[in-house]
Design a binder for this molecule. Structure first.
Ligand code: SAM
Length: 250
């Protein structure tokens, strides 16, 4: 059988592409690129052109026929090698790729990582918060009770939490987090590795007022300090603390 390569690509700065990623993308039979509105990703197209990679592409999507999970698995079973890439960063991290990885593992097909850029890891590396580990939360649900529960989970987490956020939702998210713990440390990493890179480090309430003054643009990753001592702060009202209290009182 062939191999599925899960290939990380840059999150902005093309110089972050690894030599190995270029070699693998040149050598495989086909590159499965992220399907953005039924088109091959333009970002991937630019990246491939930059590195003079001429390997045929299929657009990877969970549902369409060409490039579907089963098509990729069948190609691998037939001995072909496939590289999966996402728009930017590491595939299958808040990005498509999980299903195809899982399907290949189930079929006993070799799955190999080609590691490289990942916005979450890049932000954590400059947070100074993750000596003892961190928790990756991905994107916050946009609304409803799922969002509320998620926020509770973030503010009660003993480990630092890493979140991805869209620019038009950043203020709402900072407001919701501030409602629980305005004095908690946060890193707001914007446009990492790009021309307009900005790293805000401070309290949640300071981050909120900073980004209220200028409308947030670009790509954002947040690292929120862990809740070190839930019992000794007003964060005592977190879901976890409430559950614990009701547990103790029964
Ligand atoms: N799989 C990707 C990775 O490994 O970084 C993440 C994909 S996710 C669909 C895209 C989100 O990642 C963006 O909305 C933003 O929250 C974050 N992100 C991507 N590039 C970034 C950058 N250059 N700076 C800060 N955050 C970034």
């Amino acid at each position: 059988a062939g191999t599925l390569y899960v290939v990380a690509t840059p999150i902005g700065n093309l110089n972050d592409m690894t030599v190995r990623a270029v070699n693998v993308l040149k050598q495989v039979d086909v590159i499965a690129s992220e399907d953005t509105r039924h088109l091959l990703s333009r970002r991937t197209g630019r990246m491939l052109k930059h590195f003079d990679i001429k390997t045929p592409q299929i657009s990877h999507h969970e549902h369409n026929r060409q490039g579907s999970v089963s098509e990729i698995v069948n190609m691998a079973r037939a001995g072909r090698s496939i590289a999966i890439v996402s728009d930017a960063g590491t595939p299958a991290i808040s990005d498509p790729g999980t299903e195809v990885v899982r399907a290949c593992l189930q079929e006993g097909i070799r799955v190999e990582p080609i590691p490289g850029a990942c916005a979450a890891v890049a932000a954590v590396s400059i947070s100074g918060m993750a000596k003892e580990g961190f928790c990756f939360g991905g994107f916050i649900p946009a609304k409803g009770s799922m969002r509320q529960q998620f926020v509770e989970r973030v503010v009660s987490s003993p480990s630092p939490m890493v979140l991805y956020e869209a620019p038009h939702r950043l203020l709402a998210t900072l407001e919701d987090l501030c409602a629980h713990c305005p004095d908690r440390d946060v890193i707001v990493a914007r446009e990492l590795t790009k021309i307009h890179e900005e790293v805000f480090a401070g309290k949640l309430r300071e981050a909120l007022s900073h980004f209220q003054k200028r409308s947030p643009r670009g790509e954002f990753t947040l690292v929120i300090e862990g809740n070190a001592s839930p019992a000794s702060s007003r964060e005592d009202d977190s879901l976890a603390a409430r559950v614990l209290r009701s547990f103790i009182s029964h």
